[in-house]
Write a protein that binds this ligand. Structure first.
Ligand code: NDP
Ligand code: ZN
Length: 181
């Protein structure tokens, strides 16, 4: 399979897995818009052209939010992609608050590819919290989210300065915007 065919297979797989899910914004955007945007951030801002990292971005929420198994990811996309997706997957056994704390603690241990996916995911989510936040979130909750995301990103290894500095600029902009909303 060519790199293009493998990337398209990942997009097709994720689109089917997320087909009945929506994001939390007021317009209930199709879920797949988010992983596609995360992959785009990696390519456009992070200048990432490694197909497996882009595939991991496309697939990054399948284990956490759909019935996908690690065996499926292994079988269809290989061990490297499966491992990166596992690395960015929260342990759903933990209560929410502990999961947030675990992300902070695990950030420094992420592999190069998983750290890039993690930073691009936080860029996408902070952008959403600024422009299309989950319905019902107060200013305080939006601000806390941006601050938590900034802590996670600050602890990611320095594997892609473009992504980290873009995140930092975006987080500052988001905090200014949220204070004005
Ligand atoms: P959630 O983790 O519940 O929601 C944020 C996550 O939802 C994102 O990380 C993203 O994850 C996904 N998501 C889907 N749609 C959107 C969207 N439009 N914009 C942004 N993210 C979206 O929320 P919190 O981060 O606030 O964490 C929940 C914890 O916060 C709980 O422990 C709760 O008790 C507590 N809490 C905090 C408050 C506060 O003021 N800070 C107030 C109330 C509760 P992904 O990319 O993985 O899909
Ligand atoms: Zn995500």
């Amino acid at each position: 399979m060519t790199d293009t065919a493998r990337l398209l297979a990942a997009i097709d797989f994720a689109a089917k897995k997320h087909k009945d899910q929506r994001r939390k914004d007021i317009g209930a955007s199709p879920y797949i818009n988010h992983p596609v945007y995360v992959a785009r951030v990696l390519a456009d801002i992070g200048k990432v052209d490694n197909t497996e990292i882009l595939m991991a971005a496309i697939l990054h929420d399948t284990l956490e939010d759909t019935a996908t198994t690690t065996d499926e990811l292994d079988q269809y996309f290989g061990t490297a992609v499966r491992t990166m997706v596992e690395e960015v997957t929260d342990d759903k056994q933990l209560p929410k608050e502990a999961r947030k704390q675990a992300q902070i603690e695990h950030a420094a241990t992420l592999s190069e590819g998983a750290a890039m996916v993690k930073m691009a995911d936080k860029i996408a989510n902070v952008q959403d919290v600024m422009e299309a936040p989950p319905s019902g979130w107060s200013q305080t909750r939006r601000r806390h989210y941006v601050e938590w995301a900034a802590t996670v990103v600050s602890r990611c290894p320095d594997v892609n300065p473009r992504l980290k500095s873009h995140f930092n600029q975006l987080a500052e902009q988001a905090l200014r915007q949220i204070n004005q909303d």
